[in-house]
Design a protein around this ligand. Structure first.
Ligand SMILES: [Zn+2]
Ligand SMILES: [Zn+2]
Length: 422
């Protein structure tokens, strides 16, 4: 068996090829479920290296597995999608997903070339996942209506297709914007649900006979008050955010409004808070509407679940970071208001996502650039490779997925998704 240092050497030797590949993927920026060229570039390399794969999974996703072991099954997940440029001129990798794609391919090649998984019980699957950014709804809803997809995100579709069944743990990494730090570990990602409450009442002359009307703006106003009191009932660290707006609220001053629409995102740092806050938001709408003799309807659109990271896996990741940097260069447990569909995976399977620095400019903006190739591609690659090495060679490092629990959680997950997809 190779030592960890010998395995990391494989990555070091590939450095120049990796940087070139990174540039090529950064240039090839495509929006979610449209990553046709990106997928072709991935599969061209896999063909060249002689690695079998599955393509067109959830339209543009690619999956490749190294190792034949029937024991521990590790997943590495890499996003492949980009965002529209702000100047309207095509797309750009302004969330750094091209780095993840490049990282995934580097790790694949090293594991393949080194033969490290031969004669072990372990296998590592690489998931190149489309459409992480929650955008471009019209196009995606068209694909759903045409029966080509079930949900709007890549990982949600891959979970539905059963691609992650049998996976024991999920590893991922994402660029972060923390200057002066090399990595972050154990960060939170918020989950969110979009809510639309429609109040239905009765129009009437506001001067002559307001008592004959049923004023929906009153119902919405009462609900706004209830929501602001509700926020008081959750601890600050739960990350509950509710910022309602009224998108319809009456037309003319001499008529009692008979339709008012209140919309908000419900965001929270953990599943329990997200589920509970959604339930209580519904309660506010229901009871405020009933109190004023109004009808109501609530439409939900599922976003992503909050990411709760596996502590055990993060301990392994942190140890591997410390081989390449000091403790002061690791940001521990930052709270992020951002969201990702890796949160959905974290609900089902022990999951981690560490952050690496080495980018400048603003995320989701045309100013985004990769500034430190070494940290983005090589050092973070070594942290991930070292983590995989530990999981292969040392069963004590492993966090086990409980197969029965997975089935129960998956049912709960799809119950939630199907109930809330409007
Ligand atoms: Zn993003
Ligand atoms: Zn991202």
């Amino acid at each position: 068996m190779l030592t960890k240092e010998e395995l990391l050497e494989y990555l070091e030797k590939e450095k120049q090829a990796i940087y070139q590949r990174g540039d090529a993927f950064f240039q090839c920026a495509e929006l979610g479920f449209r990553e046709v060229e990106t997928a072709r570039m991935i599969t061209d390399l896999l063909v060249e290296w002689g690695i079998p794969y599955k393509k067109e999974v959830a339209l543009t996703g690619v999956i490749a597995t190294i190792g034949k072991g029937n024991g521990y099954h590790i997943a590495f997940v890499a996003d492949i999608d980009a965002l529209p440029r702000k100047d309207g001129n095509g797309s750009i990798h302004s969330c750094g997903h091209s780095i993840q794609t490049t990282l995934g391919l580097s790790l694949l090649k090293v594991l393949h070339d080194s033969g490290i998984l031969e004669n072990t019980d372990t296998k590592v699957s690489f998931f190149f996942t489309p459409a992480e950014e929650y955008i471009d709804f019209e196009y995606r809803d068209g694909l759903i209506a045409a029966g080509k997809l079930e949900f709007r995100s890549g990982k949600q579709n891959m979970i539905a297709l059963g691609c992650f069944d049998g996976v024991d743990c999920v590893l991922s990494a994402h660029a972060n914007g923390d200057e002066g730090m090399k990595f972050d570990v154990a960060s939170t990602l918020a989950g969110f649900m979009a809510k639309k409450a429609i109040f239905m009442g009765r129009a009437a002359h506001s001067g002559a006979a307001p008592h004959l009307g049923r004023n929906t703006l009153h119902g919405a106003t009462l609900t706004m008050n209830a929501i602001s009191f509700l926020k008081d009932q959750f601890a600050v660290e739960k990350g509950l955010r509710l910022n309602p707006v009224l998108t319809v609220g009456g037309g003319s001053v001499n008529t009692i409004p008979d339709e008012t629409v209140l919309e908000t995102y419900v965001r929270a740092n953990d599943n329990e808070t997200l589920f509970e806050a959604c339930k209580r938001f519904d309660g506010c709408v229901e009871h405020c509407a009933k109190a004023l003799d109004l009808e109501y309807k609530i439409l939900n659109t599922v976003g992503y679940l909050p990411l709760t990271q596996s502590k055990g896996l993060n301990n392994v990741v942190r140890e591997n970071m410390l081989l390449h940097c000091s403790l002061e260069e690791i940001l521990e447990g930052p709270i992020s208001g951002a969201s990702g569909d890796v949160g959905d995976l974290g609900f089902l399977i022990p999951t981690i996502q560490f952050g690496f620095s080495g980018v400048k400019g603003r995320f989701h903006d045309d100013s985004f650039q990769i500034s430190d190739y070494e940290n983005c591609y090589i050092t973070s690659g070594k942290v991930m490779l070292g983590t995989i090495y530990d999981l292969i060679t040392n069963p004590n490092c492993r966090v086990q997925q409980n197969a029965k629990e997975y089935v129960v959680k998956k049912m709960e997950y799809f119950g939630w998704l199907h109930q809330n997809y409007q």
